[in-house]
Design a protein. Sequence first.
Length: 249
Amino acid sequence: MTTKIAITGKSGSGKTTIVKSFLAVLREYFPEKSILVLDNDLSAEFGHSYGLDIRNTIYGIRSGKHEYKTGIPQQMTKAEYVEWAMEDIIVSLDEYTDVVVSWFTGSKDCRCPITQQINDAVVKLINRYDFVLFDCEFDLKYLNQLVDTDIDLTLIVALPYEESVLLAKRIEEFSAKYAAGGQMSVVINRVRGERMNNVMNMLKCHELDVVGCIPYDEKLSEHPIERKSDVVIDSIKQFYSRLNLPQEG
């Protein structure tokens, strides 16, 4: 059974760094489990953090602009073609970890067959993995436009400022109907000690569930493209037991 984790938040909040760090924790805790990272953020920065320039996307399949690695097999139905094309855009990071980039998505109001065919193909792809990490846009609505699937855990990334806390509340409200009853919690990123008391008071006022805080890491400002941080990885390990996820061992 697939465990699905969505990381949401405003652009610039550190979502992609947290997704990459969360992947490192899952790789350490479950070394033989298969993991898919589905980059649903329009900036598509996840691959860049590994030095990858991923051009083949789900949008390319939808728009008919995808350049295939092999010739298109003959006598396929449209649904079979979409599933086959989905295989063509998978990028492997290692033996157990794959990446797929969605880029633009269609509206659920669109009645064209390709919208449902892509949804069905993405659902089949997701169900092949033990874990799926979604690097999301602002909230879960954009992900839901791509695929209709239950989410086990939604982490909303917020910064230690009042406006970011208020935005986290909005994200929670916007995403609730798409979370399908899964755990929805907030992670406060780039925390400096002097701000934390004020932030925690605001979070309590807005009844937001905070599972953890991640300290500010100076090294990320030195190598921002790599988005690699032992500080973030260690912080995720500290609050991992509070998450409604399979536990180590």
